[in-house]
Structure formats: C-alpha cells, structure tokens
Design a protein around this ligand. Structure first.
Ligand code: DGY
Length: 321
C-alpha cells in the first residue's frame, strides 16, 4: 500500500503523475483553497501534504493529523506555516527556493519599469480615447530608470537576481540586509551595503524582498516612507504585511513618494479600495513567480521534497531543521 498524501489544490498533471508513482493521492483538483476545517479533516489520515501559501498549517490543522510527517509548500515564502507548531508536532516543513528567482526578479523589474515610466496609466489613457496627438509637454513624464539608484531591502537570492539586472540600466545598486554578501556576490551584483536609513534616503527605486514574519511586519510604515525621496518608487514583490498599506496609500495620495508597484498586499485579495482611486500605483495579483515553467518547477521541487522526506531522507529544502 502506498502512503497517503494530500495535494491541497490544483497543480499540473505531470506533478500528480510524478507523485502518484510514490503515493496514494487525495487531490483537490480545484484551484481554490480548502476551508480550514476541510483541510484539517483531509489531513487526518495523511502522512504528507503538498501545500500552497493559501493553506494555514498551524496547531489546529495539525491536531487531527497524528501521522503527518511532512508539509511541502509550493512557494519560497512559508509564512502560512506556524513553524513552531509544525516542529513541535515532529513534522518536516519545506519550501521551494531557487527555482523562482529569475521569474520573480523579472516581475519586480516589470513593476519597476511600469511604475517609473507610468506605463499602465498611459495605456488606459490611450484606450479611453484621450490621446489627441503627440505633445512635447505631455502628461506622462516619468522617472529615468537608467543611472538611477536601485535600493534592495532583503538581499537574498531574488534580491541578487534583481540587482544583476540593473547593470543594463547602468544603475547604482545599494542594499540593506541582515548580513553582508560575500565579496564575489557583491561583485556580481555591483551592489554596496548601506544602512536602512541610507537605503530609504538614497533609493530612486526601492524593491522589497524580505521574508515575512512578525519581525518584518510593517517594516515599511509612515516613518520609513517619510525618509524616501518625493520622486521615489516603492516596489513590493515579497509579502503584503511588510508594508503598512494605510501609510503607503496616504503617502501616494499626498505624493510623499512618486509611485508604487505592488504585487502583494495585506489581506489579499481584499485590497484596501483606496488603491483603486490612485493613478500612481501599479497593482498586480501576486504573480511574481507566475510563468508555466516556474510554477511547474516549484511544484516539482515540492514533490521531490515530499518524496525525500517520506523516504526517510533529509528533504533538500527543509525549513525547520
Ligand atoms: C512564493 O514563492 O513565496 C511566491 O509568493 C508564490 O508565488
């Protein structure tokens, strides 16, 4: 008899095929998160699970799952896991680092370019039939990307991928991080470590790439935004809770900063409706890693983590050693 696992929401058929060589699968083939009580009920007879960032795995979810040995997230972020509760239950937790770096960095750049050059508003204006002809003094003056200062808060793998892309724009790159990068990494990124204050003060484009935890909740709030240039753009591609949405909305309304490009939000998908009235923010629906190739690689990596964990091997991407 194969061990029983749960796949909490729709993935690619090839991932199910791969997993089915090892496991009997209870598969929610809908791309909708299971309600918490159904998630707990369906975990109760399982030894492992492939989970998504929409699945809260905490004490309540684990209580009814005495045989559970591993939960394998299809995401690099794992703030949907209560790691203390998972570890206390003797369960392994894994994530999917690495395979989404380039795609997420590309998305950060898409937001940066769109925000800096006001692409989304200009597109809407053209579609609305408002363009009467070319003007020297048009309404769409943006901010130069080339030779500007790119600031990165959180210089992990994705931060470094964002930084490496800045070379083509001949930008100055500064970063703030818990620890300094190795000299060869700094060299590859052409990036300089600065204090958080200097990062806020100097960045023309500030990209947030911190993992979300209680320690990083609202790391960017009113006080931090007040230190930024009035011409600066804030890009959040990490997790919504890093930014105080209320403070950012006020700053965008008051033009304390010039613009923002946001892929993540507090309480997503229930966005603060005040965002919709702003023409200096670009909004995308948490699509940082969303290409077919990358989502497939993430799901396959999660599957390989689960296969290793349930075969008694150390899974490659264990987050609770
Ligand atoms: C992640 O991997 O953390 C992303 O947010 C999911 O696409």
């Amino acid at each position: 008899m194969k061990p029983k696992i749960l796949v909490t929401r729709s993935v690619f058929p090839e991932v199910i095929e791969h997993l089915s060589q090892h496991f009997e699968i209870d598969y929610n083939d809908q791309d909708v998160a299971l309600p918490a009580d159904e998630l707990a009920a369906r975990l109760s007879d399982k030894v492992g699970a492939i989970t998504m960032l929409s699945d809260r795995i905490d004490e309540a979810a684990l209580r009814s799952a005495p045989n559970l040995k591993a939960v394998c997230n299809v995401a690099v972020g794992h703030n949907n896991f209560d790691l203390a509760a998972i570890s206390a239950a003797g369960v392994m937790a894994t994530n999917t680092p690495g395979v989404l770096n380039d795609t997420t960095a590309d998305t950060a750049w898409a937001l940066l370019l769109a925000s800096g050059r006001r692409i989304v508003g200009a597109d809407k204006w053209v579609r609305d039939g408002q363009w009467q002809g070319w003007k020297f003094h048009d309404d769409w003056r943006g901010h130069d990307i080339h030779h500007a200062t790119l600031g990165i808060l959180g210089m992990g793998r994705i931060g470094q991928a964002v930084a490496r892309r800045a070379a083509g724009f001949e930008m100055r790159v500064i970063y703030h991080n818990r620890s300094r990068l190795a000299p060869e990494q700094e060299q590859a990124c052409q990036a300089t470590l600065v204090s958080k204050e200097e990062l806020l003060r100097e960045s023309d484009f500030l990209v947030l790439l911190l993992p979300y935890s209680p320690a990083t909740h609202h790391v960017i709030g009113a006080a931090e935004i007040a230190q930024m240039k009035p011409t600066a753009h804030l890009i959040n591609i990490a997790r919504g809770g890093i930014v105080d949405d209320g403070a950012l909305i006020e700053a965008l309304q008051n033009k304390t900063i010039a613009g923002a490009g946001l892929d993540v939000f507090e309480n997503e998908p229930a966005l603060d409706a005040r965002y919709f009235a702003l023409d200096n923010v670009v909004l995308t629906p948490h699509i940082g890693s969303s290409t077919r190739a990358t989502r497939l690689a993430m799901a396959m990596l999660a599957a390989d983590n689960l296969i290793a964990a349930l075969a008694g091997r150390r899974p490659p991407n264990l987050v609770n050693p």
